[in-house]
Design a protein around this ligand. Structure first.
Ligand code: NCC
Length: 338
């Protein structure tokens, strides 16, 4: 329980910081803008290295590590192919997220991106056959509305040095929303359908992730990368983005393993509220009524979603016990009557 909470907390803090730093690196400077495709690609490489290190620690010896890698990676194209589905979809999502952040106002981006919460819930039902009570659906809708209100800001005529195209931004966000829901639930399905280590599953996914994101570099920025170099425009902030995305990605996978994708969505939403409260306290901004009502909706939705579902199950168990007792009494009466 403590470990679950730890993973959820670290993931949410990293996700909140990540969104702020990515936006800063994409919109604050006008010249020498780095290629986002290369950043996504390098992140996959880092995640692969980190997961291999963690698998080495888990397996205990180099010999065991090599054995596991042979069995699950080098001699297992079928498993690699299975995991490549989520890497393709995540690669599209991560590239679309950059495109959306570069073309939309930060608040609009955050508000529309919350549609991934019901999208994830829908994927959980369709792909994992998970059932949600009506109250839980209500809580998800409330969470979505609450986060949107928290992020809501009147459109300001703030000038960003980079030209933005809102239409491209909205298309990118719609694709990112669909990809986030599908890829997360697909990975959860594969992970939980066997007892193969999380780090093995991650390694399998990041290998194809590197190939796919490399292709994205070639297709999107190939010519420019040849002219200016792979690491063109990299600043310490860009390195920080890559660090946050890599460690954040690993914590995200741990959260999916120890809880599920809906819990991940709830904690990501809670982080947005907490980080907004913190920034308002630190930067002395006043709390608006829209923000306060959004934050209340988020808190109530988390409470409602967490209400024990067993209550209804317990009821139905008691109900069926009652019914079978009544049936027994009826049968005995009929027997006696007969
Ligand atoms: O959008 P989201 O997650 O669903 O994206 C999941 C991110 O985790 C990486 N991942 C997933 C599984 C796995 N085994 N390994 C991984 O590395 C994927 O590559 C993908 O980047 C969210 O629910 O809001 C959340 O948002 C992201 C991120 O903020 C957004 O995608 C914005 O681009 C958060 N990721 C990070 O902070 C790095 C995630 O924690 C929560």
């Amino acid at each position: 329980m403590v470990f679950k909470l730890y993973c959820l907390t670290v993931m949410t803090v990293l996700a909140a910081t990540y969104a702020v730093v990515v936006r800063y690196t994409r919109t604050a400077s006008s010249g020498d803008l780095y290629f986002s495709t290369t950043a996504v690609c390098i992140t996959e490489v880092f995640k692969l290295l980190l997961s291999t290190g963690l698998l080495a620690r888990e397996s205990g010896s180099l010999k065991k590590l090599v054995g596991i890698l042979k069995r699950h990676v080098f001699c297992n194209p079928r498993e690699l192919l299975t995991l490549s589905v989520s890497s393709v979809v995540y690669a599209i999502q991560n590239n679309m997220a950059f495109l959306a952040l570069s073309n939309l106002d930060a608040a609009v981006h955050q508000v529309t991106y919350q549609l991934k919460i019901p999208c994830t819930a829908l994927c959980m039902i369709l792909m994992l056959r998970r059932t949600l009570s009506r109250l839980q659906w209500f809580a998800i809708a409330m969470l979505c509305g609450g986060v949107m209100l928290v992020q809501w800001k009147p459109i300001q005529a703030t000038k960003v040095p980079v030209e933005q195209n809102p239409f491209v931004g909205f298309i990118a966000i719609a694709i990112a929303v669909l990809c986030s829901g599908f890829a997360g639930v697909y990975f959860e399905k594969v992970l939980k359908s066997s007892d193969t280590s999380l780090w093995v599953r991650n390694i399998q996914m990041y290998i194809s992730g590197i190939v796919i994101t490399m292709l994205a570099v070639l297709l999107n920025d190939g010519q420019k990368v040849v002219e200016k170099g792979f690491f063109f425009g990299y600043t310490p902030y860009v390195c920080f983005v890559i660090f946050l995305a890599s460690v954040g990605g690993l914590y995200t996978s741990a959260v999916v393993k120890y809880t599920d994708n809906i819990m991940k969505s709830f904690s990501a939403a809670a982080a947005i509220v907490l980080s907004t409260v913190a920034s308002r306290i630190f930067f002395g901004l006043h709390i608006t009524t829209t923000f306060a009502s959004g934050a209340i909706l988020v808190c109530v939705s988390i409470y409602l979603y967490g209400l024990p579902k067993q209550d209804t199950t317990k009821l139905s168990v008691e109900d069926s016990e009652q019914k079978s007792k009544q049936k027994l009494v009826c049968e005995t009466l009929i027997e006696r009557g007969g």
